[in-house]
Design a protein around this ligand. Structure first.
Ligand code: ATP
Ligand code: MG
Length: 346
């Protein structure tokens, strides 16, 4: 049974549709990443889950209760905002204990829960410092502890690592995974960084232009992208444009693929590791001739950038030492097997 159930949830700002109606189920212990480019509606969706803004339509259920009309203080959720929103005049301990003091919990309980939360984010020794005396990464941990101390059923995180430099961001990704594992909680995490989504989440919800395009495990989304956007946003992809007519797709690059479905524009997606450069006499189900424009040796991987004879831009990844190494300006045949392309609407 899902812990969080969204049905037909949408958001309209005046005439702007920030979010088209969407359904989404999030299960206990999920670590879900809402992934998409700037302006696609991620923060809007997270704020509706947290009760900070009302949806224009639809319903939100948490643990079997309809929370749609309830404000944030009456939902079993807690949010870590981008920029943290810490109180600068309070020390770390006071910041973390703030929500419990508002709830008028007994003093000993507050002390105990604050200490637990600080232990979890490894900030025990900084408890008495003011937040101005902390680094960005330490402030991030305080914000996290302040949300965790409330023991939310669902923890909402809006790009919590965006302000950190790359090294610290990677360290905090590991921390978040550890904390998620340790408390067995349910996290919903917003990011525009696909690497971060892949590193953290067990399920990814890909958003684009106010639409939820696909939800699935990282592997599902990579192997079976349902839209052109998803295919190009997660990992790299060769996109061959084409047209379907009476059960055959003809790609502009030449190959013809058998495929049932409505007539009209479609695109075939082939991952760079599934497209090969063919040796003399070698063949595949589908062939595209191309010229090598660039070859980059990355140790474990050899990456080719090619230009198809019809102008398409192609990517091929191979393992060094497998077959012949090609040079810039070489004219080659590339190809893939049936089963290695995925057709999406154009
Ligand atoms: N209060 C508002 N009034 C009008 N339009 C808004 C309002 N808040 C957001 N929008 C619009 O709704 C859309 C989605 O905004 P949202 O903040 O959810 O995007 P986002 O995916 O979080 O982007 P980012 O990655 O830049 O944070 C944008 O086009 C934005 O301009
Ligand atoms: Mg945002």
């Amino acid at each position: 049974m899902p812990l969080l159930r969204l049905r037909g949830v949408s958001k309209q700002y005046g005439t702007v549709q920030a979010l088209a109606p969407l359904d989404l189920d999030i299960y206990p212990r999920d670590f879900v990443a809402m992934l998409g480019p700037s302006g696609c509606g991620k923060t809007t969706l997270l704020r509706m889950i947290g009760g900070f803004i009302p949806p224009s339509s639809g319903s939100i259920e948490i643990a079997g209760t309809d929370v749609t009309p309830l404000g944030p203080e009456r939902r079993p959720t807690n949010m870590v905002f981008q920029g943290y929103g810490l109180f600068p005049h309070m020390n770390v301990e006071q910041n973390v204990g703030y929500g419990l003091r508002i709830q008028k919990r007994p003093r000993e309980e507050i002390a105990e829960r604050v200490a637990d939360a600080l232990r979890l984010v490894q900030l025990m020794e900084l408890a008495k410092r003011t937040t101005e005396q902390l680094s960005g990464g330490q402030q991030q941990r305080v914000a996290l502890a302040r949300a965790l101390v409330m023991r939310p059923k669902v923890l909402l995180l809006d790009e919590p690592l965006a302000a950190l430099d790359l090294k610290l961001r990677h360290a905090m990704q590991d921390e978040l995974r550890r904390i998620h594992h340790e408390i067995g909680g349910t996290f919903v995490f917003v990011t525009h960084d696909q690497g971060e989504a892949l590193a953290l989440a067990n399920r990814i919800a890909v958003m684009h232009n106010g639409r939820l395009e696909q939800v699935g495990t990282a592997e599902d989304i990579y192997v079976l992208p349902q839209t052109r956007f998803v295919a190009t946003f997660i990992g790299e992809a060769n996109v061959f444009d084409g047209t379907r007519a009476s059960g055959t797709v003809t790609l502009q690059a030449g190959p013809r693929l058998a495929s049932t479905g409505p007539d009209g524009a479609v695109a075939a997606i082939v991952r760079p590791e599934d497209l090969g450069i063919l040796e003399e006499g070698e063949t595949r189900d589908h062939i595209v001739e191309a010229v090598i424009e660039d070859a980059i040796f990355l140790g474990s991987q050899l990456r080719y950038r090619l230009r198809g004879l019809n102008g398409e831009s192609l990517l091929i990844h191979t393992r060094p030492g497998k077959g012949k190494t090609h040079s810039i300006d070489d004219k080659v045949r590339t190809g893939w097997c049936n089963g290695d392309h995925r057709l999406v609407s154009a």
